[in-house]
Design a binder for this molecule. Structure first.
Ligand code: CU
Length: 494
């Protein structure tokens, strides 16, 4: 809630929260606002791309940031409010910000097409479109600024959100290195797997040798899959590490809507609710039929909304453990007044690879209407760790052949992963439904990012209703930077 909004009724919860609101949390919503519903906002909201300093492992870290009109990261919109934003570039470098999962006209998507170049340092660019409600995020699509934390939450409230008596908590995840993104990429692409600036156990080995390095996991078939291309210095939850987690005060016995956002550049997590059980109610901002769980896989760029009923007066850590590692990060939900002790040591065992166990259980509340596809594109995901390069249909961005679609078509894209890496695939400008996994039909979630596991396949379908040029890519930043991106294009777009 922004400062100029005056709710008619301030609940006990809201009072409780207002004293402890910290970066990454959204202050409570009023329960009753019928008499005081704000007029639709007409003025632009200001979003500033800039730099800031974090403390990570006791050392200062200079990173980018996207600061919204209330001085906190990102933007939160009220029901019916337009995304009417002036993006002010104070980052000292050109930038362009993508509104991940939102469905604006393509010229406002925040992707550096020739027609929509990056915003020069010092300039301001305006956006104005009707957003869709849910948990979304924003990140730079310029170079590797995303790795330097040019990311923020983008939360669009629905009318139902405003009626519900529940505390909203945003948990945004990052991977962090004191090396520059250029150094990290150079460490990966150095030929022959030789000594790099950032040695990674197992890197440079043949991917099928099952060398057992930190980043390799045996799949039980004698083959090893590769995880975690980069050895990061820290993993962050709302910019904080496992050793120094954010503590969010809650109402004893209250209900929390946890908005999980994996904003990491190259890391997938298992969300572990510990002693709590949650109910997943949305994936990538789009409502799904409720699914209960305590350990939830979260691929790069994905979001999950989870309702949690807090059992009492305790303190409850929410862990995010990196796949293939013991390491991770956390936040703590602690009842007002409850003592918060130091978190126990990190997990005793490496987490398994993030998988499609949850994806298989998800069902969209609003699925696509039944219809056979008018066009089906098959896309082969290829590449390897050595040499480090990744492709779609044998092509490396920007030298690609667009996948052509036309307005009114039902489009299917069948993605076949011929690699030993998982690839979180993201389509801009459209929400798609997951309609098959490994060839088995499914009436799955409607979302914007889906994981295609090693040697697996996933088919998505969507209605072509947003003419333009749209990026379609792996959301592992280093895969994208070495080629794993193509274009989905409508005809007659120039
Ligand atoms: Cu990938």
């Amino acid at each position: 809630m922004r400062e100029n909004e005056k709710p008619a009724l301030v609940t006990r919860r809201r009072l409780l929260a207002s004293g402890v609101a910290m970066a990454g949390t959204i202050p409570f919503l009023p329960v009753t606002r019928t008499a005081a519903a704000p007029e639709p906002r007409t003025a632009e909201l200001r979003l500033t791309a800039g730099t800031r300093t974090l403390a990570v492992n006791g050392k200062p870290a200079r990173v980018f940031g996207l600061i919204g009109p209330n001085g906190k990261p990102g933007i939160t919109l009220s029901p019916g409010e337009r995304f009417h934003v002036d993006l002010v570039n104070r980052a000292g470098a050109s930038t362009i910000i993508h509104w991940h999962g939102q469905l604006p006209p393509w010229t406002q998507d925040g992707f550096p097409w020739p027609q929509t170049p990056p915003i020069p340092a010092g300039d301001t660019h305006s956006y104005d479109y009707a957003p869709i409600a849910g948990t979304f995020w924003m990140h730079s699509h310029q170079g590797m600024q995303e790795q330097s934390l040019m990311t923020a939450p983008l939360i669009v409230h629905s009318a139902e959100d405003m009626r519900a008596d529940r505390q909203e908590v945003v948990l945004m995840l990052h991977d962090f290195s004191f090396h520059t993104p250029d150094e990290l990429l150079a460490g990966l692409t150095k030929s022959n797997g030789g000594q790099s600036a950032m040695p990674k156990s197992g890197m440079g080995n043949n991917m099928n040798t099952g060398s057992g390095g930190m980043g390799a996991m045996n799949m039980g078939s004698g083959m090893a899959m590769d995880l975690n291309d980069i050895d990061y210095d820290a993993f962050l939850a709302n910019d904080r590490t496992f050793a120094d987690p954010e503590v969010i005060r809650t109402e004893p016995g209250g209900r929390v809507r946890l908005r999980l956002i994996n904003a990491a550049s190259s890391t997938q997590f298992w969300i572990d609710l510990g002693a709590l059980t949650g109910t997943v109610i949305a994936a990538d901002g789009q409502p799904v039929r409720p699914v209960r769980g305590t350990r939830l896989p979260l691929a790069i760029a994905q979001r999950l909304d989870v309702l949690i009923d807090l059992p009492g007066n305790g303190a409850y850590p929410i862990f995010a453990q990196v796949e293939g590692k013991r390491a991770g990060t956390a936040i703590v939900l602690a009842a007002s007044g409850a003592p918060v002790s130091r978190l126990a040591a990190e997990a005793g065992e490496n987490a398994p690879p993030v998988d499609l166990s949850l994806e298989r259980r998800l069902e969209a509340v609003t699925p696509l209407a039944p219809r056979a596809p008018d066009v089906t594109h098959r896309v082969i995901l290829a590449g390897a760790m050595a040499p480090y390069a990744w492709s779609l249909n044998g092509e490396y961005w920007p030298n690609v052949t667009p996948l052509m679609i036309a307005t009114g078509q039902r489009v299917a894209i069948e993605m076949l992963n011929h690699t030993m890496m998982p690839h979180p695939m993201h389509l801009h400008g459209h929400a798609f439904q997951v309609v098959a996994i490994n060839g088995a039909p499914l009436a799955g979630a409607v979302r914007d990012t889906v994981l295609v596991p090693p040697m697996g396949s996933v088919t998505i379908a969507f209605d072509a209703d947003n003419p333009g040029r749209w990026a379609f890519h792996c959301h592992n930043l280093y895969h994208m930077m070495t080629g794993m991106m193509t274009e989905v294009r409508y005809p007659a777009i120039i």
